[in-house]
Write a protein that binds this ligand. Sequence first.
Ligand SMILES: NC(=O)c1ccc[n+]([C@@H]2O[C@H](COP(=O)([O-])OP(=O)(O)OC[C@H]3O[C@@H](n4cnc5c(N)ncnc54)[C@H](OP(=O)(O)O)[C@@H]3O)[C@@H](O)[C@H]2O)c1
Length: 305
Amino acid sequence: MRYQAVGCADIQASSLALGCMRMSSLSSQAAGQVLQQCQELGINFFDHADIYGQGQAERVFGQAIKDLGIDRQSIYLQSKCGIRQGYFDFSKQHIVQSVEGILDRLQTDYLDFLLLHRPDALVEPEEVAEAFDQLARQGKVRYFGVSNHNPAQISLLQTYVDQPLVANQLQFGPAHTPMLDAGLNVNMLNDAASMRDGGTIEFCRQANITIQPWSPFQVDLEQGLFLNHPNFAGLSQQLAKMAEERSVSVEAVVIAWLMRHPAKMQPILGSMNPERLAKMADGLAIELTRPEWYEIYRSAGHVLP
Ligand SMILES: NC(=O)c1ccc[n+]([C@@H]2O[C@H](COP(=O)([O-])OP(=O)(O)OC[C@H]3O[C@@H](n4cnc5c(N)ncnc54)[C@H](OP(=O)(O)O)[C@@H]3O)[C@@H](O)[C@H]2O)c1
């Protein structure tokens, strides 16, 4: 495993994190097998959200950690709040109450990281600042960040919030690259030139905010996996070719592609299959060349100007 800081949080976080969204349907025994594999692979960073399985993912995880006797201090726990049924809510009351529920379900008394899950159009950054101050003062949250936020939204929050925002979680993978496309097509008239994210990669690199790619193996949450997806046949073929050349799995090449970007991203892996997680971790040992990285990007259907 490789380890890295998360933004200015000078910790030894595993460069690959386990996303626990899909843990809600597992028995605590099956969840325990996934967590044991994480221990063996050196994965010490776990991503949650209060809404995953309506809290069930956090419950299953909290119990499995307890059953396995894993030392709380040896792992980093991250969760997210702010999404409610049909709306978003960054009010102080909701943020503080959400953390209470998260801590209870995870059976812990502190979170290492709390992220605001999706931008709330009605955000009042002064209230967010009050919520973060209270949670930090009470020792309930160590570090704060955001998810699915653009640069202007982060700057607005950071103007009021005293704690540095250290992470921004965004969908990113070979089949989902709007964060790259616009930057590669500046001032062009093609569709790829449309700026959909406000220059998030460049902003986060400049502001020392770690990008955490979510769903790295999906087209999106509706269309599912890109491997063998009819719209991404070229990508699957290219990944299979490179995997064969290096005698590794396709999953390892995908991880190598994510890690080759110099932004020092921390991918959030969603697999609940211990063998697949091991294949992904192999990707950390692979250094793709610049032409190879671009070849994978182009094989997903992107044309360079
Ligand atoms: N911030 C946000 O808005 C947001 C949104 C969505 C997700 N997330 C976070 O991101 C994490 C990862 O999301 P995700 O689960 O969609 O990520 P993912 O790693 O792209 O997908 C994992 C899913 O794909 C399946 N899969 C099947 N074949 C696979 C293969 N060959 N390689 C890899 N996966 C394969 C896995 O099944 P198996 O379990 O059988 O391997 C699993 O169901 C979540 O757990 C959550 O923490 C954040």
